[in-house]
Design a protein around this ligand. Structure first.
Ligand code: SF4
Length: 319
């Protein structure tokens, strides 16, 4: 007997989506072109990740930029396992019952950062709604381990929403990551279908809270477009982000990972992205990245330098 391995793999990764009807995956437009990674650095990045038994969102989410990023030694570590307790309809990370936390993982991330000699590192995670603190303490330990092993590396974290619990958000902010990134992902109207386990204002409040705890931490948030949102709705989200004092917005095209995931309603053209970038700049963000292949951790190191410069220039002007 022969099995369709793609179907079996999909069922294993996303059991909750199997009863959904397939949504045809249309052809990608010409401007969505990705580079395959084959270079020496790509291989070294892969070897370090495997040797230290680490997980990356680059692989788990099937990110289209993996060739380009890994060729530049830029990977985003995903902590607290490979299985997420939420079931967002856009995300390709496996869902289900997660494993126990690995208490040595923070140190292994620190060792990897040291070994790869990273100037800037991005650490994300699956959502861990099964844990009392949603994994806040594990994030704190990971930040501390990176600081211990690689004190000059700047740290960007991209956690879930900690179910809005201020004590947990505060604990992570007090560990002083350089950038606290948390994606709003889409406009509030689409939350019930696209991000059903999350709440728009809870995510927004999280970023506002980080600034209240420590205004020196840069805050960053991202949107995927192409899910049926309008330009007016995006403009409103930008206003909400500025009201929460968010410094940096990223906007990229949503790509459907499998026929069981949300369909792409529209491929925003490069010109439309330029329009969104102009709109965001007019709202007063310190930094804007809006291109079809922008992802929240794409070019994060270079962008962090620009972010620092932009803040210094703003402060100098207002002095
Ligand atoms: S954009 Fe982010 S998730 Fe994608 S490959 Fe690059 S570092 Fe990994």
């Amino acid at each position: 007997m022969t099995y369709n391995t793609e179907l079996l793999d999909r069922a294993k990764r996303h059991p909750e989506k199997q009863k959904r009807p397939d949504r045809p995956m249309g052809k990608k437009p010409s401007w969505i072109r990705v580079k395959a990674g084959q270079g020496k650095t790509y291989k070294e990045t892969l070897d370090t990740v495997k040797q230290l038994k680490l997980t990356t969102v680059c692989e788990e989410a099937g990110c289209p930029n993996i060739g380009e990023c890994w060729d530049k030694k830029h990977a985003t570590f995903m902590i607290m396992g490979e299985v997420c307790t939420r079931a967002c309809s856009f995300c390709n990370v496996a869902t289900g019952k997660p494993n126990e936390l690995d208490k040595y993982e923070p140190l292994r991330v620190g060792v990897a950062v040291e070994k790869m000699d990273l100037k800037h590192v991005v650490v994300t995670s699956v959502d861990r709604d099964d844990l009392k603190d949603s994994g806040a303490d594990h994030f704190v330990k990971t930040i501390e381990a990176i600081r211990f092993k690689a004190p000059d590396t700047t740290i960007e974290i991209l956690p879930g929403d900690f179910r809005g619990k201020e004590g947990d958000i505060d604990a992570v902010a007090k560990a002083k990551p350089d950038v606290f990134n948390h994606n709003l992902e889409t406009v509030p109207r689409l939350y019930p279908t696209i991000r059903p386990g999350a709440r728009y204002f809870r995510s927004l409040r999280l970023l506002q809270r980080v600034k209240e705890i420590d205004p020196t931490i840069f805050t960053k948030s991202g949107l995927m477009v192409g899910l049926g949102e309008t330009r007016e709705e995006i403009s409103q989200v930008m206003d909400d982000m500025r009201a929460a004092d968010i410094d940096f917005i990223t906007i990229g095209q949503y790509l459907q990972p499998t026929p069981k995931h949300a369909a792409v309603e529209h491929f925003w053209t490069p010109e439309e992205f330029e329009g969104l970038e102009k709109l965001a700049r007019s709202k007063g963000f310190l930094m804007v990245s809006a291109t079809p292949l922008t992802r929240s951790s794409y070019h994060a190191g270079e962008d962090f330098e620009k972010l620092r410069t932009a803040r210094a220039e703003k402060l100098a002007k207002s002095a």
